[in-house]
Design a protein around this ligand. Structure first.
Ligand SMILES: Cc1cc2nc3c(=O)[nH]c(=O)nc-3n(C[C@H](O)[C@H](O)[C@H](O)COP(=O)(O)O)c2cc1C
Length: 309
């Protein structure tokens, strides 16, 4: 599959997840063969104001090629300027049209854009004209439950020059509850001729195969199902990668340590160790409770040694 002129090595992509898809997680996803990694969502305005935290979110690891920067915005001219400021090393610009968080929606950004397909198209056109990189869009099915609009939005963004569309098969109103509507994803698929990625609740190769079969998508984006389970990307490709959970956790910590101070690394790893723990029947809660209270490397490594040796 190609995004613009960029060839992807796998149709299984690692989803952006604010607070989770940090450098360490993306490093592992890519190591296990994810075809694309995407930054956490980044404010287009933050880029223009040269906000250091915003810029830091666009750092990538040396193995992440191709790498997409995901931006959120509601003003085409702001987005146009922001894409021109992206650092080298960013291969693709993705526009967030799916975030359900109230603080994003109240600014008319994220999933709020589903209410205005024309503005969605204008944003894509602004990003395309401001950048030499392919522009892609990630969206949900619609805003209110059952008010299916993603087909119209997808057509608008395709007309405006988008090179790929990803659809998470839920409405904004659902947040992360309920089940993914694969028939609705399929209907969006049928409305466009650009590469199409299905997303939502894929946690195994079996669920991946079902998603591809039922939606006829060109690929699948995997988020929560890959956390602590990065081998899913190798399994989808039929490759075997031999590395223990412990080795993976240590790799993640190592990568984060290069970039962040101890306090931040420990906080980020709380999510990740909890994700690895979910595979450990009977002791998952105990691990989560312990890591939740960890405040330094000594405590973090003691937990890793005790439960992941
Ligand atoms: C904690 C969390 C943070 C997320 N942050 C983003 C984000 O920054 N940008 C985005 O497009 N989607 C974001 N998402 C949505 C995911 O990319 C994905 O669409 C959703 O989780 C469904 O896929 P999954 O079931 O494979 O996780 C986030 C999801 C979660 C759970």
């Amino acid at each position: 599959m190609k995004i613009g002129n960029i060839e992807l090595s796998s149709p299984a992509l690692f989803a952006p997840m604010a607070g989770y898809s940090d450098l360490g997680a993306r490093y592992l996803a890519r190591l296990y063969g994810a075809g694309l990694t995407v930054s956490e969502m980044v404010s287009a305005k933050g880029l223009i104001y040269e906000n250091k935290e915003t810029e830091k979110l666009l750092d990538k690891t040396e193995i992440e090629t191709p790498f997409a920067a995901q931006l959120f915005a509601h003003e085409p001219e702001i987005l146009h300027r922001a894409v021109g400021l992206l650092p080298e090393g960013i291969d693709i610009v993705d526009i967030n049209m799916g975030c359900p968080a109230p603080k994003i929606v109240k600014n008319g950004e994220g999933s709020a854009l589903l209410k205005d397909p024309v503005l969605a198209g204008e944003l894509v056109a602004a990003a395309v004209s401001g950048s030499h990189r392919p522009v892609t869009v990630k969206m949900r099915l619609g805003f209110e439950m059952g008010d299916f609009v993603a087909d119209k939005v997808a057509k608008e963004v395709e007309r405006a020059g988008a090179s790929m569309v990803t659809v998470h098969g839920r409405y904004r109103e659902q947040m992360y509850s309920g089940v993914v509507d694969k028939r609705a994803i399929r209907a969006v698929r049928d409305s466009v001729n650009i590469p199409f990625i299905a997303n939502g609740d894929v946690r195994s190769v079996r669920e991946y195969d079902i998603m591809i079969k039922e939606t006829e998508a060109d690929g699948v984006m995997i988020g929560r199902g890959a956390l602590g389970n990065y081998r899913i990307f190798a399994d989808i490709l039929g490759k075997s990668v031999h590395r223990t959970e412990r080795e993976n956790i240590l790799l993640q910590i190592d990568y984060l340590k290069r970039e962040y101070p101890e306090r931040i690394v420990v906080n980020l790893m709380k999510h990740h160790v909890s994700a690895y723990a979910s595979g450990k029947a009977g002791i998952a809660k105990e691990i989560r409770d312990r890591v939740h209270h960890a405040t330094n490397y000594e405590e973090l490594f003691a937990i890793v040694d005790e439960y992941f040796s």
